[in-house]
Structure formats: structure tokens, C-alpha cells
Write a protein that binds this ligand. Structure first.
Ligand code: ADP
Ligand code: MG
Length: 253
């Protein structure tokens, strides 16, 4: 089975600061892959590499079976052309900590926007799908609301529906509940749990250890730009092997 994401010795530097120092991991299709680690460990940077927002400096990275970045020491950089990148990015949905909805558009218009603008879909077809997606995230009665009229949790669920509107093969979540008031977190996690049950491949950066334990198929603990420990979330969370993992978990659990 072809991995949805495969990283081999992935390095990424900004100037002379090395942020990713050789990441090796594999995400299988339909897998919920959780990524945890302290602030600054390189989690967001790694997601951005998967989503072609950053180019890797060394190693090899495949997304959906295709090599998207490759460099060996002293060799020429292999990378996709910009036009290829634009096509690849359509297949990846990303949800950020901040919801980044278009403030001047209603919920349904936010969800319709990319299929109409990027894929050239008709508004009628895009609207129909958008309404179904809003229903799926529990917001069928909010289609006509502007972001400012929605709670943070509702906005984040619109953001998830918006990402799903492009019918992605892979969903990336970068701390999707970290900016939410505690009482709004559960609804967003429930939507993500539903996506997982439907078989969506998901890479989730999160501090929600309950979600990782219950929904995650794999868990990776990153620190200082390396994978310190990985495995079944239940095993890693209840019986961490490395001191750095233990120290981190003692702070967040
Ligand atoms: P995490 O998501 O685990 O908190 P990040 O991937 O956001 O970590 O950041 C890892 C390190 O990379 C941090 O020290 C951050 O300051 C640095 N970094 C991230 N993006 C850039 C950038 N565009 N330019 C320079 N440094 C960056
Ligand atoms: Mg981050």
C-alpha cells in the first residue's frame, strides 16, 4: 500500500537555523496520525512541507506516492514546478489554529469559494455541496451567517467544511482547537472524529491527548526537529520510553 505521506531524512532550515533535522515517518491511507511536541519543535514547519508551503533542504518527501522534494548532499535539488505545486495543493486540506475565514463572505460562500474559483465549478453545484458539508459539521442553520456572527468553534467547523469542499485526499490540522474556549473544543473534535470514522487520512498536530488516544492510529512525539518517539498513541501516552517524552507529557497530561 502506498503511503499517503512518507518522509526520509527530511531537513529544513531557515537561514542557518536548522528546524527539521532529519524526519523519518510514514502516514498510511485512512490513518489518523497525531503529531505532538513542545512549541518550536518543528511541527508546523513539517506540515507546511507536506502542503508545499515550504521546500525541504535535504532528504526525500513523498505525498500520495509522488516525490515532491528531494535533495542529497551536493546534488541538485529536485522539486516540483509552481504549476505542479498548485495542482498538488488542491488535494490537501489544511486547517489552522486561526480559522482564517473570509470575513466578508457568509459561511456557505466561504465553503463554495475554492471549488468555484479554483476548479471552475458552477455556483449551483458548489452551493449544494457546501450546504451538505455545513450539515456534516453541524451548522446547517448557520449557512447565511458571517464569520463575525459565529463562535470560534463554529468558525473552525466552517473552516473544516471549506477544506473538505475541495474533496482532499489528505487533511492537515495544525492545532485546530488551541485558540478555542474550552467549552467549544468538543464540537470541533467531534467533527474530526467523524471524519476519521469516514476514513479520511489526517495528520493532526494537537495538544488534545484524549483525542490522540481515542482517535489516533499513530502518534509521533517531536522535539528539537527530530522524531523522539513514535508508536501506538495508547502505548506512547501511557508508557513513554524517552525522558524527553516523559517530561513533555508530565506537563500536558
Ligand atoms: P512548532 O509548530 O512545533 O511550534 P514551528 O515549526 O512553528 O514549531 O517552528 C520551529 C522553529 O522554526 C521555531 O524556532 C520557529 O521560530 C522557526 N521558524 C518557523 N518558520 C520560520 C520562518 N519562516 N523563518 C524563520 N524561522 C522560522
Ligand atoms: Mg506550530
Amino acid at each position: 500500500m502506498t503511503a499517503m505521506v512518507k518522509a526520509e531524512g527530511v531537513h529544513k532550515s531557515f537561514g542557518h537555523i536548522e528546524v527539521l533535522k532529519g524526519i523519518d515517518l510514514e502516514v498510511a491511507p485512512r490513518e489518523v496520525f497525531c503529531l505532538i511536541g513542545p512549541s518550536g519543535s518543528g511541527k508546523s514547519t513539517f506540515l507546511r512541507c507536506i502542503n508545499h508551503l515550504e521546500k525541504i533542504n535535504a532528504g526525500r518527501l513523498w505525498v500520495d506516492g509522488e516525490l515532491v522534494g528531494y535533495r542529497q548532499k551536493g546534488a541538485k535539488l529536485y522539486e516540483l514546478r509552481d504549476s505542479e505545486v498548485a495542482l498538488k495543493r488542491r488535494d490537501i486540506g489544511m486547517v489552522f489554529q486561526r480559522f482564517n475565514l473570509f470575513p466578508h463572505m457568509t459561511a456557505v460562500e466561504n465553503v463554495m469559494e475554492a471549488p468555484v474559483q479554483v476548479k471552475g465549478e458552477s455556483k449551483a453545484v458548489a452551493r449544494e455541496r457546501a450546504l451538505k458539508l455545513l450539515d456534516r459539521v453541524g451548522l446547517s442553520d448557520r449557512a447565511g451567517n458571517y464569520p463575525s456572527q459565529l463562535s470560534g468553534g463554529q468558525q473552525q467547523r466552517v473552516a473544516i467544511a471549506r477544506a473538505l469542499a475541495m474533496e482532499p485526499k489528505l487533511m492537515l490540522f495544525d492545532e485546530p482547537t488551541s485558540a478555542l474556549d474550552p467549552e467549544l473544543v468538543g464540537d470541533v473534535l467531534d467533527v474530526m472524529r467523524g471524519l476519521a470514522e469516514d476514513g479520511m487520512t489526517m495528520v493532526v498536530v494537537t495538544h488534545e491527548m484524549g483525542f490522540a488516544r481515542e482517535v489516533g492510529d499513530s502518534l509521533v512525539f517531536m522535539d528539537g526537529g527530530v522524531v523522539v518517539e513514535s508508536g501506538n498513541p495508547r502505548d506512547v501516552l501511557t508508557n513513554p520510553q524517552h525522558d524527553r517524552t516523559k517530561a513533555f507529557l508530565s506537563k500536558v497530561l
